[in-house]
Design a protein around this ligand. Structure first.
Ligand SMILES: Cc1ncc(COP(=O)(O)O)c(C=O)c1O
Length: 272
C-alpha cells in the first residue's frame, strides 16, 4: 500500500508538476529551451541572475515560486552546483517542485538522484542524448517520488501518450547495460576536456570550470562573435550566445582528438 501524506497529494495534484500561482524560476543564463517552452505553454517565469562567476546561488531562489528548474551542470557554462547546495535548496523550498536537469551530469558531477528518498519534491531528469551518445533515439527519463511520477504520467497520458517506440526502449536498455562503453566514452571526454582547457589557457583564454562535455571560454582580445565567425571561416563550428554577459564567450564542445586539434590549429592562426 502506498501511503500519501497531505503534502505529497498537494504537490502532485497541482497541475501534475508545476504550480500556477507564482512564476517558475530558472537562471538567466541557462538552457535556452526553458523560456521557449514557458512561452509555448503560457507559464509565467522569472529568470534569476547567475552570480558574477556564473555560479547558481541557491539563496537567490528563496522566493515564492511555482517550481524551480536548472541544469546541473548548467548550460552553456558547464558550471556545476555541488550536491550540498542542492540539498540546502530542497530543505528551504518544500512547497514546489525542484527539477534538476542532469543532461550533462555524467561528465563530472554527482547526481542528485541520491537525494530523492529524502525530498519528495525533487525531480531529476536525464537524457540519453549526451553521455550515452544516442541523441537520435530521443529517450530521456525522469526520476522522483512516486507521486511526482504519477503526476507526470497523468499529463503525458492526456497529451502525449506514446512518446517512446519499442525500438527506442530496447536501445535505451541496451545502452544502460553497456556500462563499459559508457565509462570509456565519458572518461575519454573528461580527459580530452582537461587537455583542451590546458591548451586554451596557453593561448590566452579564460575558461570557466566545466563539468560538462563543453567549455565556456573568452579571449580578452577578441569579441566572441568575431572569433566564432573567424572559426567558421576555417570550418570549425562553436556557439556564440548574444547577450550582455555572454557576448564575449564561446561555448566549445569537446570533440574527438582530431577535432580538438583542428580547433587549436585554427585558433593559433587567428590569434597570431
Ligand atoms: C540542459 C539541457 N537539458 C536537456 C536537453 C535535452 O536533450 P534531448 O532533448 O536531446 O534529450 C539539452 C540538450 O541540449 C540540454 O542542453
Amino acid at each position: 500500500m502506498k501511503i500519501l501524506t497531505a503534502h505529497h497529494l498537494r504537490l502532485s495534484r497541482r497541475c501534475g508538476l508545476l504550480q500556477q500561482n507564482a512564476p517558475i524560476l530558472f537562471p538567466d543564463i541557462t538552457y535556452s529551451f526553458y523560456p521557449v517552452y514557458c512561452g509555448l505553454y503560457n507559464i509565467a517565469f522569472r529568470q534569476i541572475p547567475l552570480r558574477e562567476d556564473f555560479s547558481i546561488h541557491v539563496d537567490d531562489y528563496a522566493q515564492p515560486n511555482g517550481g524551480i528548474i536548472f541544469p546541473n551542470p548548467n548550460a552553456p557554462t558547464g558550471v556545476l552546483l555541488p550536491l550540498v547546495a542542492i540539498e540546502s535548496l530542497l530543505q528551504r523550498n518544500t512547497e514546489s517542485v525542484v527539477v534538476v536537469d542532469e543532461a550533462y551530469i555524467d561528465f563530472g558531477g554527482d547526481s542528485a538522484v541520491s537525494l530523492i528518498k529524502k525530498h519528495p519534491n525533487l525531480l531529476v531528469t536525464q537524457t540519453l542524448s549526451k553521455s550515452r551518445s544516442l541523441a537520435g533515439l530521443r529517450v530521456g527519463l525522469a526520476l522522483g517520488h512516486a507521486d511526482l511520477i504519477a503526476g507526470l504520467e497523468r499529463i503525458k497520458n492526456s497529451f502525449n501518450s506514446y512518446p517512446l517506440s519499442r525500438i527506442a526502449i530496447a536501445g535505451a536498455a541496451a545502452a544502460f547495460d553497456d556500462r563499459e562503453y559508457f565509462e570509456q566514452t565519458t572518461r575519454q571526454v573528461i580527459s580530452s576536456r582537461e587537455q583542451l582547457v590546458a591548451q586554451l589557457l596557453v593561448l590566452g583564454f579564460e575558461v570557466l570550470p566545466s563539468a560538462a562535455n563543453f567549455i565556456f571560454v573568452r579571449h580578452l582580445q577578441w569579441a566572441g562573435e568575431k572569433l566564432a565567425q573567424a572559426l567558421r571561416e576555417r570550418a570549425v563550428l562553436v556557439r556564440h550566445f548574444k547577450g550582455e554577459r555572454t557576448n564575449d564567450y564561446l561555448r566549445i564542445t569537446v570533440g574527438s582528438e582530431p577535432q580538438n586539434q583542428a580547433l587549436l590549429a585554427a585558433l593559433t592562426k587567428i590569434l597570431a
